[in-house]
Design a protein around this ligand. Sequence first.
Ligand code: SAM
Length: 239
Amino acid sequence: MRVDVLTLFPEAFVGPLDVSILRRARDAGLLELRLHDIRAHATDRHRTVDDYPFGGGQGMVMRVDVLDAALDAVRALAAEAGMVVYLSPQGERLNDTIVRELAEMPRLILVCGRYEGVDERFVAHCVDRQISIGDYVLSGGELPAMVLIDAVARHIPGALGDEQSAADESFAGGLLEHPQYTRPAEYRGWKVPEVLLSGHHGNVDRWKREQRLARTAERRPDLLRALEGDEGGGEQNGL
Ligand code: SAM
């Protein structure tokens, strides 16, 4: 998968995307990440990318002409047209279903806003999908883009090592994951559940399933309600 990011701060991406699973996915050629400075497409000598909002109001708005030129230039860098995603607090809230949909795309082009956001004409004419990472406002789209890239990369076949699997994790199948334990089996009198030490695979599997259901009911009853609403979903997950 190729991901192009349009941002005013390419340097913000150095670090978080250079470690662990993302680093390995990039090194293995599973994830090709390209960062592009929107300011390189400004045309005046001050390299202006924003301007005052028409109609008045606080702050500045990113210009449609600069963004459109940046997007055109980036699009031309690869044969795949790519899906253009604008990270926005006004977009659909990111969840596991959307992450899996995006992971199917051969190319994503992520646009990070700053200031008061981008000129609405850019959204209307150039953006395929708007995505929010939650109901709060951040200073820019860079952190949301990194969240999206990390979540999506985990679903690229081969990105996770053999020891990990996105299929067993929280939200896969609509439930939270069961609790996890490792050695030592006892620490300060805090014991690991006996069943996990029993070596009885059937009992362990049953315990994990019960824990997933109990945990989801306690922490995220909305997920269980959604599963029960899905035709066949409840049955599939042992509800
Ligand atoms: N004035 C905008 C509003 O009220 O909807 C908020 C602009 S915000 C300060 C600047 C940029 O940060 C946005 O253009 C967007 O790219 C990004 N951003 C902020 N919060 C976000 C969120 N929850 N999810 C995704 N992107 C976000």
